[in-house]
Design a protein around this ligand. Structure first.
Ligand code: NAD
Ligand code: TYD
Length: 340
């Protein structure tokens, strides 16, 4: 099969491209990525010279480019991951989130429809459901109540994708996954940021009281679920993907410090994120029972492997966080600390 992966140089995308090359070696993988601050071709350095991985630098909103790629490479299906993905950035500047996540997804859907592709897999998020109270878990029929500009933009893309199934009969599958962690995650997200700061003995900024809960899944387990959804998912269906590993942020931060042998005095409670969702938890029983998905690792094993990866790949995270990013982070942190 010839597939297009959008956002294949980001965190999940680069892990997915590598997973596909390993697990589906006969597939040709075309990777379309704009290489924003979050996308690095270096993430796929080990695939250099691989004739079945083709990288194209470009925007998902460029219809002419999409037509060219689909025709030239005989694309049959799309894994759509390209997005602006960070909630904090969506609070500082929502516009690009609407541009890429909503309008960009629409251009991609139109291209997929025009070329009558076999399947469009929309990688959505559990954040479309909004925040949970202390009990319960999101199912595929939970109401959609996104809170941030990021999650609202993803909800729009998710719903427009489903509308293309209902209205035009397009073959689409939507997946809604919980928080991922693992190698190549940009250190603006909780786990890699805390590991990098702890390694440098810098303060670890915990928002609010640190009691917010996320449900963590290793990125490779997510990739396995995406391939199952592509190959076996039922058209027009939504599949929740979650790791069953609910943790408070403060528990994770303390676990990272303990694993690295660093003191808890590095923790700083800083101003909370506006509109901060309190708790996410995913019920993944549908993808388990209907598609046979199983996760391969526990959170504790995955976290310690991930910490080791960041210890061994200091040059990677130092490079991707230099320059403009460093400035963004220092300013964000100083403002939050002042306001706390
Ligand atoms: P990421 O920010 O690491 O990567 C996004 C990639 O998309 C980057 O390589 C970037 O260059 C590319 N991109 C951005 N705008 C583009 C555009 N206009 N055209 C082409 N490429 C563009 O994000 P991620 O964490 O890997 O997330 C991937 C997808 O998975 C996103 O759709 C996100 O909403 C979804 N998701 C992420 C998580 C998570 O925990 N990270 C959980 C559930 C769902
Ligand atoms: P994040 O990794 O940004 O993912 P998301 O907002 O999509 O869930 O944040 C995960 C949790 O960690 C969230 O509750 C916010 C919190 N957090 C901090 O406490 N400090 C930080 O510096 C960051 C980036 C996040």
């Amino acid at each position: 099969m010839n597939v297009l992966v959008t956002g294949g140089c980001g965190f999940i995308g680069s892990n997915l491209v590598r997973y596909l090359r390993r697990e589906r070696p006969s597939w040709k993988v075309v990777n379309l990525d704009k290489l924003t601050y979050a996308g690095n071709l270096e993430n796929l350095q080990d695939l250099e010279g691989d004739p079945n991985h083709v990288f194209v630098k470009g925007d998902i909103g460029n219809r002419e480019l999409l037509d060219l790629i689909i025709r030239q490479h005989g694309i049959e299906a799309i894994f759509h991951l390209a997005a602006e993905s960070h909630v904090d950035r969506s609070i500082l500047g929502p516009e690009v989130f609407i541009q890429t996540n909503v309008l960009g997804t629409h251009v991609l859907l139109e291209a997929a429809r025009a070329h009558q592709l076999k399947r469009f897999l929309m990688v959505s998020t559990d954040e479309v459901y909004g925040s949970l109270g202390p009990t319960g878990a999101f199912t595929e029929s939970s109401p959609l109540r996104p809170s941030s500009p990021y999650s609202a933009s993803k909800t729009s893309a998710d719903l427009v994708t489903l509308a293309y199934h209902h209205t035009f009969g397009m073959d689409v599958v939507v997946t809604r996954c919980s928080n991922n962690y693992g190698p190549y995650q940009f250190p603006e997200k909780l786990i890699p940021l805390m590991i990098a700061n702890a390694l440098d003995d810098k303060p670890l900024p915990v928002y609010g009281d640190g009691g917010n809960v996320r449900d963590w899944l290793h990125v490779e387990d997510h990739c396995a679920a995406l391939v199952l959804a592509m190959e076996k998912g039922k058209s027009g269906e939504v599949y929740n993907i979650g790791g069953g590993a609910e943790r408070k942020n403060i528990e994770i931060v303390k676990a990272i410090l303990a694993m690295l042998g660093k003191p808890e005095s590095l923790i700083r409670f800083v101003q909370d994120r506006p509109g901060h969702d309190r708790r996410y938890a995913i019920d993944p029983s549908k993808i388990r029972s209907e598609l046979g998905w199983k996760q391969a690792r526990t959170f504790e094993d995955g976290l310690s492997q991930t910490i080791k990866w960041y210890v061994d790949h200091r040059s990677w995270w130092e490079r991707v966080t230099s320059g403009a990013y460093r400035q963004y982070f220092e300013t964000q942190y100083a403002n939050r600390l002042k306001a706390a």
